[in-house]
Ligand binder design. Sequence first.
Ligand code: NDP
Length: 331
Amino acid sequence: GREWHLVARPQGWPTADDFALREAPVSAPADGTVLVRNLHFSVDPYMRGRMNDVKSYTPPFQLDRPMEGGAVGEVVASAAEGVAVGDHVLHGLGWREYAEVDASAVVKVDPAVAPLSAYLGVLGMTGLTAYAGLLEVASFQPGDAVFVSGAAGAVGSQVGQIARLKGASRVIGSAGSDEKVRLLVEEYGFDAAFNYKNGPVAEQLREAAPDGIDVYFDNVGGEHLEAAISSLKVRGRVAICGMIAQYNATEPTPGPRNLALVIGKRLRLQGMLVGDHAALQPQFVEEVGGWLASGELKYAETAVEGIENGADAFLGLLRGENTGKMIVSLG
Ligand code: NDP
């Protein structure tokens, strides 16, 4: 089977030359493991961090080794109790056609409940990030005015909709194209949205939220965070989920110039990692599953077909070529 290797550590923006698709032998699963034919794998912004050789909350990818990440597939051989050939499973060995996975590291998923790719997005890691980040980290309360950046992406589109469904007084989103902005307002029920490429974020945010915001869900950092600090009301809360605007920076990026405002406004800025919120998983699946079934919550996926396009899908994600969750489908 083919698998993607990182072959050079990117400096700044990654390029296609940093990756190689290589052939690897597929053998019968060892005791306690299963062989999975991957049907979809996830490409995610956090993977950019794993391409750097630095200590972080996830270990760096090793050069000339297969990359890893969320994947769903079908068990084609099993040497483990409790997981059978034909089972569909979610696991952490994406970026490859065939994965030999420890049976203790797979979660069975049901393609009758939701399309398999949904377990990587709306019902998976990015969905839980949105749910936990808004409700637990940002301590969302009904009546809050919520601003989310990266709002047409996997996490952001769900944050805005959950806020609406939970009784936000106003939901504002920013995204990188006029088409994405239209989607936010017309399909996802945002009250206002703007294209951050069309003008200064602070100005556009003030226009979209003239009375200020109570919560900022940060996927972007940089200019967005600074603008949000200006628009936050007293005792406002910020969930710092991601800072994609600086993942390819080669120098340390300056902090918000207005940070001193956190004092007078008594703001709370809280970083988060989705892994800390696993206890919320059952509640998340039940509530979001219900909204999906009723049609109250919508989601998009950008599926790139073919393992040979895996690296391009990741590069495209960093450039905003996705609407909703970016998925690589192996057909
Ligand atoms: P998305 O689906 O949102 O895809 C990334 C999007 O980022 C692109 O589509 C692009 O949209 C936007 N983007 C890229 N560059 C910039 C920029 N310079 N300024 C503003 N927007 C930019 O990805 P995810 O939903 O998977 O992730 C969203 C964020 O959440 C990321 O920062 C990620 O690292 C973080 N995250 C954090 C987790 C945690 O546990 N802390 C878990 C999961 C995700 P556009 O066209 O709008 O520019």
